[in-house]
Design a binder for this molecule. Structure first.
Ligand code: UD1
Length: 325
């Protein structure tokens, strides 16, 4: 299939491009290179440098590639930043979605695969969260993702649009150091940054109602996330119905367990600081991933060791990072 991946030069997008190319698809990328970098792409991957907000140019690029399906990954994704700069998030993510759907309509593209997030659930109750759970985002970031899902459903109700939305849980790791996350917004890169700077990593709260008092999350390897996209595209090409799927492992890991894993894998004997809880954090957010297993035959293959190990390999190969011994 001829596919355009928006945000394909970014951390998750580049892994998605790789997985789709492995499945034999003809993939081009639209990326404004605000956080993406062309070195994440092979030389023979067409790259259109363009903001998703530029509807006319997006439509032109979709036509130029003969696009049949858009994978819309391009978005801002830092939860705390979304609280500080909500208008920027609504512009980039919600108006960005509006622009991409408009460009698809102009170019006659009838299929979209959308990167959504577990952030749409807010603070779920119960052990596992399935796709039917109440959506109650706790941040502007989460709201932007939920609004995008709604926009897609409304357009689909009015047209023949086929769609899938994948709600990612906590994406981490790398299939290759060249594709790694270079941001430091999330727990695992923040732990590496701290230990390489010789300061203790921080645990935000240890009195949550969880097995060890620290927050529990469902960490999912980015290569598994990318494979879920390939499975969704296979489903969409063979007439699977439009749907929302959780992309997680179904198994939760506490912040303390991440610390112990990082200590074992890095071989560094570090300690941690327990800080006050971070505003807006939910005690536990773990996917029920049964729906995508049944519907598209996808399930995660990598465990926490693979995630932390591949992230550490990427981190320690970054020559500009001083590695304290
Ligand atoms: C949030 C979003 C998630 C999104 C991700 C992307 C929600 C509910 N989840 O995940 O959908 O994909 O951001 O950025 O909005 N922590 C520490 N110390 C640190 C950093 C983090 O203890 O230095 C803890 C946090 O309190 C949290 C866990 O580690 O319990 C993971 O945090 P983080 O990596 O920031 O992701 P989430 O906030 O879970």
């Amino acid at each position: 299939m001829r596919i355009v991946v928006t945000g394909g030069a970014g951390y998750i997008g580049a892994h998605v491009v790789l997985a789709l190319r492995r499945d034999g698809h003809d993939v081009a990328v639209i990326d404004d290179l605000s956080t993406g970098t062309p070195d994440r792409l092979t030389d023979d991957t067409p790259l259109f440098v363009c903001s998703v907000l530029d509807t006319e140019r997006v439509a032109e690029n979709l036509r130029a590639h003969g696009c049949e399906l858009v994978v819309h990954v391009a978005a801002k994704k830092a939860v705390e930043q979304s609280v500080a700069e909500p208008l920027m998030y609504y512009r980039e993510n919600v108006i960005g979605m509006h622009s991409v759907l408009s460009a698809m309509a102009q170019a006659g593209v009838g299929k979209i695969l959308f990167s959504s997030s577990a952030a749409v659930y807010g603070a779920p109750t119960g052990d596992l969260v399935d796709e039917q759970a109440v959506t109650a985002p706790a941040s502007p970031y989460g709201w932007t993702k939920l609004m995008c899902e709604q926009m897609i459903r409304d357009v689909a109700a009015a047209t023949a649009l086929d769609w899938v939305a994948l709600r990612y849980f906590n994406v981490a790791g790398a299939a290759d150091p060249a594709l790694a996350d270079r941001g430091e917004n999330n727990l695992i890169p923040r732990v590496f940054r701290a230990i390489c700077s010789g300061v203790p990593p921080q645990i935000f709260g240890d009195e949550y109602p969880t097995r060890d008092g620290t927050c529990i999350r469902d960490y999912i390897h980015v290569a598994d996330v990318a494979d879920a996209h390939a499975a969704a595209v296979r489903g969409m090409s063979s007439g699977a119905p439009s749907a929302i799927y959780n992309i997680g492992t179904g198994s939760g890991t506490s912040v303390l367990e991440v610390m112990h894993t990082a200590r074992r894998i890095t071989g560094r004997d570090f300690d941690w600081d327990v800080r006050p809880p971070r505003a807006g954090d939910s005690p536990a957010v773990v996917a029920d991933a049964a729906k995508i297993r049944a519907g598209l035959g996808w399930q995660s293959r990598h465990d926490l060791d693979d995630i932390v190990g591949s992230a550490w390999q990427s981190w320690s190969s970054r020559s500009e990072i001083p590695v304290a011994r």
